[in-house]
Design a protein around this ligand. Structure first.
Ligand SMILES: [Mn+2]
Length: 336
């Protein structure tokens, strides 16, 4: 059989062709192959996003959550202590706070417990009368812990993004684009990205009795700063949907409306309006990670969710921020 060479159409890179052929060539080598993909990639207003219900188990997970809300069951968000884990936890906490008062969260200690679900934590959470655990950023292969939860009468929804590498996955509702038979078109979401897709699915499903959405779309958008931090923090590929999430997330971040984060930005002398992905990677993420390393595992979530509504709370958060900044300075010194 004759070999047939396939060339790109002459003007596939149309409007960018002369402007920056080198950039176009580099992007092409990274798999951005046609004009449509290129325009999306270079756009200041990327549109690429996917229907959350394409993710395996999304619908039954949403239905289980609806049931929990209707029955006023106690729900626990189970997270992780790194930047992705604390942003994901903060994101779902904020959404659920609009829907129920029966919501708590749990972040395992980096030193005493380590990453992921553990039996002791499951017992502790079950002992607090929790009926439903929703994990973020962990749990795909925590089979033993999920079985223990079930024995104790606690249902578990696992949301995660880690590769399962052919290992046995949990026998429960698992949302993870990387699991074998998940049809979600983009596999590289971070943990906070997966949590955001669940929030999106809830936003589309839950209605108040008057038919209006139970979760305001603006609320969802206001959480994209968290997704940007989680996505940059986990160093996942900034392609496809991640690019959209980070681009809009940076805009939200630059509006600087999250009180705790605002204090952190001031403390590290970052100017709202000019914060880049690099600033997130090299300044914001290390401070959040320092929270999990040096202080209580809950510090990061407190920083990201506090409304600083009372003088007392404002003082507390300000002290947290100061301690984090001081901590990070020390760490840098030690490293140097
Ligand atoms: Mn992660």
């Amino acid at each position: 059989m004759m070999k047939e060479w396939i060339y790109p159409e002459e003007d596939a890179f149309g409007e960018y062709k002369d402007a920056d052929q080198i950039v176009a060539d580099i992007l092409k080598r990274r798999g951005i192959e046609d004009a449509e993909q290129l325009v999306e990639f270079l756009s200041d207003a990327p549109k690429l996003t996917h229907d959350p219900f394409l993710m395996k188990n999304m619908k039954p997970a949403v239905l289980r959550i609806v049931k929990a809300l209707q029955n006023k069951e106690k729900i626990c968000i189970y997270g992780d202590y790194d930047a992705d884990g604390v942003t994901a936890t903060s994101l779902l906490l904020t959404v659920f706070a609009r829907l129920t008062r029966n919501i708590i969260y749990y972040i395992p200690s980096r030193f005493d417990e380590g990453y992921g679900l553990n039996n002791e934590a499951i017992r502790l959470i079950a002992g607090q009368g929790v009926n439903l655990i929703i994990t973020v950023d962990c749990g795909s292969v925590s089979c033993e812990e999920v079985e223990l939860a079930k024995e104790l009468g606690v249902d578990v929804i696992v949301t995660d993004h880690h590769s399962t590498n052919g290992r046995q996955t949990v026998d429960t509702l698992l949302l993870n684009p990387k699991q074998d038979d998940c049809g979600y078109p983009f596999k590289e979401l971070c943990g906070c990205g997966v949590a955001f897709k669940l929030a999106q699915a809830l936003q589309r499903t839950l209605k108040k009795s008057d038919g209006t959405p139970a979760i305001d779309k603006n609320l969802l958008n206001s959480l994209l700063d968290l997704v940007a931090i989680g996505t940059v923090g986990d160093i996942v590929a900034l392609q496809d949907e991640n690019r959209t999430l980070v681009k809009y997330g940076l805009r939200i971040l630059n509006r600087n409306q999250r009180p705790g984060l605002k204090h952190l930005l001031e403390g590290v002398k970052l100017q709202a309006g000019q914060i880049s992905a690099e600033n997130v990677a090299f300044i914001i993420v290390p401070h959040l990670n320092a929270a999990g390393r040096m202080m209580s595992a809950k510090t990061g979530v407190e920083l990201l969710t506090s409304q600083m509504a009372t003088a007392e709370e404002a003082k507390r958060v300000q002290e947290l921020v100061n301690a984090l900044i001081e901590n990070n300075k020390q760490r840098k010194k030690v490293q140097e």
